[in-house]
Design a protein around this ligand. Structure first.
Ligand SMILES: *[C@@H]1O[C@H](CO)[C@@H](O)[C@H](O)[C@H]1NC(C)=O
Ligand SMILES: *[C@@H]1O[C@H](CO)[C@@H](O)[C@H](O)[C@H]1NC(C)=O
Ligand SMILES: *[C@@H]1O[C@H](CO)[C@@H](O)[C@H](O)[C@H]1NC(C)=O
Ligand SMILES: *[C@@H]1O[C@H](CO)[C@@H](O)[C@H](O)[C@H]1NC(C)=O
Ligand SMILES: *[C@@H]1O[C@H](CO)[C@@H](O)[C@H](O)[C@H]1NC(C)=O
Ligand SMILES: *[C@@H]1O[C@H](CO)[C@@H](O)[C@H](O)[C@H]1NC(C)=O
Ligand SMILES: *[C@@H]1O[C@H](CO)[C@@H](O)[C@H](O)[C@H]1NC(C)=O
Length: 738
């Protein structure tokens, strides 16, 4: 039987398994094909809000939306259905309609646009320590661990019985909270204050998690302290979310692996109505224009209410242009490593050692050298160690195949694209997963000697590895929908994350054993880390706008690893700005940034007009009438973003301006410092900013000149405003088109 035949047998199981580790394009294709079988399709219909519609009408929102629907009494309309009437997340509704019915709606005054429904996919704890979060110190001291902040998680629901969701130390929700929790009195508590489900166009039912993804993301953002958490003894420690005393409001908008746009928008609508402070979105689809992208639309309406939206950058790296959720009002999160390893070291017969990782670390496995063979075909490898290239297969899958072939153990090495990113998994065969480089070296060792041998040494959980490094799967810019806005914004821990993951074995399709904690990877995991950090910052600065909070997180991030060298990517190269954004989040610094780059709602409207959206498109996005000819249009570079991309396509110089707001000491002086690569010249005017008041604003101009035609590839310069207390750091680079 071929390896590929075996693959097919178990592939159904592994579709789920893979999703959490890294989205494969196979899953994407598989999901989208099964859509649109019936005559009617689901659409999001954007309409003018009643007050903007031409006719003066007495409609309440629901009847206004209903008035667009086909006459319920005409026979042809039997079956058309209004699914959701949105009040907050956009101006419009969701409905199931035939093409003819849609044509009828398009004729009605007040109609703006119709967006066909699609599916998004899920983008699947030591990390608080790694983030510098220590009880009683820094941000965990001042911010009271997120007390009083409500984080809305739009995901697969939650396991309300999980240990992480107890409410010790969590106060009652604030009075602005209008939501409800339907898990019953004994499960709903001050931690789990809200639960609602929106599935297949319908409200209702319990927001119970069928896969563990939502339980995992919720626990990362705001899980309470759980002592002795571990995965089969590995990673043992106190599991805790980033904002342990924040409240959680759960909106189930995804089924096993996929989420309908109409459901996501309904979840956002409810979250905005209920009174949450932060939204965490670990889901995404293919990059699409803001008008056809309800998460961009819903997120715009969220920031209008002062709610911060954090969203996953996507798992389609390292392909350029793979970023999703890249609207400038969203905090777009990349995924990187932390310093913990589940170490399994390979020792070759010649004494060379290579550190790899695995979650399967049997204590009784021999540490004696075993004969080592390179995997060539499906023969038996009785009592041998086998070196095999992962080549897109998971180590777990390969372990099953090789155990059948009597292998004693295996060394799985990454393909070249995956490089140095090791996604750990459990297994059935003693193993070590190593980098592409290590694989190449082991391979040439096998060639170099008559009787190659290798042994595995399991070292359990170790700390202190060089970190962070950007993972191969973390999606990369440029940001196709708006190439002049740098995305991702920031990176956070997103690989091999230990977090809540218990669920009934019958439903736990992707876990080997029922374990209360699991180790997962994806921008799905880095995003709730940033949602937690956002909650901590918001707790200290409840009056800051979403843009100010984002700016604080970006300009205080760091760009050097624990080895003091620039943070690297999976190829051991310096991570480009299109992989890492401004840098890696530093929660304690984020609460006290000194200066912020703030953005007004009108600036976003000017920016959208600058992208040449029509007035109708503008209504779809912002939910009201906009006449771009009466708006102060801004180019992308002129939006007051904390990072800067200039266009040097038609000219070799570019001048832009920025405005900073003083949120540090009233009287403070900042001097400019610059890091500039060869071939670029940077001028900042003025070079000193002097503040005398809190909230005082100062503007400056930045001129970027390309002095060398031979400067190719992605370059990075840095602009720092430095006072005797603060460093406010922004990266500068150049717009790249795909
Ligand atoms: C549909 O028919 C019902 C009962 O015949 C009537 O009460 C209702 O007003 C009709 N609706 C419309 C929109 O004509
Ligand atoms: C924590 O905060 C309290 C009150 O704000 C302060 O008295 C104490 O010194 C702080 N502790 C640390 C370690 O920062
Ligand atoms: C190691 O221990 C497990 C159970 O603890 C047992 O099933 C397995 O056979 C043992 N392996 C060896 C090589 O002794
Ligand atoms: C090892 O030898 C095999 C077969 O002789 C060859 O195909 C392969 O390229 C060699 N690999 C290395 C790394 O030298
Ligand atoms: C937009 O404003 C311009 C200038 O004030 C005006 O000429 C134009 O008619 C307006 N467009 C719409 C659709 O109202
Ligand atoms: C920035 O440049 C513009 C002209 O290009 C000028 O009007 C403005 O005063 C300058 N701003 C500062 C702060 O120097
Ligand atoms: C900038 O471009 C102009 C023409 O557009 C050219 O004359 C000049 O030499 C260029 N400067 C540099 C530094 O490349």
């Amino acid at each position: 039987m071929s390896l590929y035949k075996m693959k097919n047998i178990i592939i159904a199981l592994f579709i789920l398994f893979f999703l959490l580790s890294s989205i494969s394009s196979f899953v994407l294709a598989h999901v989208t094909k099964s859509l649109n079988v019936s005559q009617r399709s689901t659409y999001i219909i954007h309409v003018l809000p009643p007050q903007d519609a031409a006719s003066s009408n007495p409609f309440d929102l629901k009847s206004w939306h209903q008035s667009f629907m086909p006459d319920a009494n005409s026979t042809s309309a039997t079956g058309s259905q209004l699914l959701y009437s949105y009040s907050y997340a956009c101006s419009g509704f969701a409905a199931r309609l035939t093409k003819e019915e849609l044509k009828g709606i398009e004729m009605k005054p007040g109609f703006v646009s119709a967006i066909p429904d699609r599916m998004y996919q899920l983008l699947t704890t030591h990390t608080p320590d790694f983030l510098g979060l220590t009880i009683g110190e820094g941000i965990w001291n001042h911010s009271n661990l997120g007390k009083g902040i409500i984080i809305g998680i739009l995901d697969t629901g939650v396991d309300p019985e999980h240990l992480s969701f107890h409410d010790d130390g969590v106060p009652a929700p604030p009075s602005k909270w209008k939501g409800s929790c339907n898990f019953g009195k004994h499960l709903c508590n001050n931690k789990l204050i809200g639960s609602k489900a929106f599935v297949d166009g319908h409200v209702g039912g319990l927001a119970t998690d069928e896969t563990g993804h939502g339980t995992n993301t919720a626990s990362i953002a705001a899980g309470n302290f759980v002592k002795g958490a571990n995965y089969k003894g590995l990673g043992r420690g106190t599991a805790v979310g980033v904002a342990p005393l924040a409240h959680l409001a759960i909106y189930k908008v995804c089924k096993v692996i996929s989420c309908l746009l109409v459901d996501i928008l309904a979840g956002m609508d409810a979250a905005l109505e209920d009174g949450i402070d932060v939204i965490s979105l670990s889901l995404g689809g293919l990059s699409s224009s803001y008008i056809t992208n309800p998460t961009a639309v819903g997120a715009y309406h969220a920031i209008e209410k002062g709610i911060v939206v954090t969203a996953a950058a996507g798992n389609d790296g390292p392909n350029p242009g793979s970023i999703v959720n890249g609207a400038p009002w969203i905090l777009t999160v990349a995924a990187s490593t932390n310093d913990r390893r589940f170490k399994s070291t390979v020792r070759l017969g010649n004494g060379d050692e290579f550190d790899g990782e695995t979650l399967f670390q049997p204590i009784n496995f021999t540490s004696e050298p075993l004969p080592l063979a390179f995997f060539t075909n499906l023969r038996y490898y009785t009592n041998k160690m086998v070196l095999i290239e992962a080549n897109g297969d998971s180590a777990f899958e390969l372990g099953g195949v090789l155990r059948e072939r009597r292998s004693a153990g295996m060394i799985v090495f990454n393909d070249q694209l995956t490089g140095n990113t090791i996604i750990v998994s459990d297994n059935v065969l003693p193993n070590s997963c190593v980098s592409y480089d290590a694989g190449m070296k082991i391979k040439s060792y096998i060639n170099s000697t008559e009787n190659p041998t290798a042994s595995l040494i399991f070292k359990g959980t170790t700390f202190g590895s060089v970190a962070p490094e950007i993972t191969f799967f973390s999606s990369r810019g440029p940001n196709i929908q708006s190439p002049g806005i740098l995305k991702p914004d920031v990176t956070g821990p997103g690989i091999n994350i230990l977090a809540a993951g218990t669920f009934p074995p019958s439903k736990a399709l992707y876990v080997v054993d029922k374990q209360p904690f699991n180790v997962e990877s994806g921008t799905s995991m880095s995003t709730p880390h940033l949602a937690g950090v956002t909650a901590l910052v918001k707790c200290v600065h409840p009056d800051w706008s979403p843009a100010a909070i984002k700016s604080a997180i970006l300009t205080t991030s760091y760009d050097k690893g624990s080895d003091k060298m620039p943070i690297k990517d999976e190829q051991y190269k310096e991570a480009s700005v299109f992989a890492i954004g401004n840098g890696h989040v530093d929660p304690s610094k984020a609460m006290d940034p000194g200066l912020v780059y703030d953005i007004e709602l009108d600036d976003y409207i000017g920016y959208l007009c600058g992208l040449n959206y029509s007035d109708g498109d503008m209504t779809t996005i912002v939910g009201k009438r906009v006449n771009c000819s009466n708006v102060k249009v801004l180019s992308e570079a002129e939006l007051n973003y904390p990072t800067i991309l200039v266009s040097l396509i038609s000219s070799n110089s570019s001048k832009i301006s920025r405005t900073v707001t003083n949120v540090g000491n009233a009287r403070s002086t900042y001097k400019v410092e610059m890091e500039v690569p060869e071939g670029i010249s940077l001028m900042v005017d003025p070079e000193i900013l002097q503040f005398s008041k809190v909230n005082e604003k100062k503007s400056f101009n930045v001129t970027v000149i390309k002095t060398s035609k031979s400067l190719k590839g992605i370059w990075k310069a840095q602009l720092k405003w430095v006072s005797n207390i603060y460093i406010v750091r922004s990266v500068i680079s150049e717009v790249k088109l795909l």
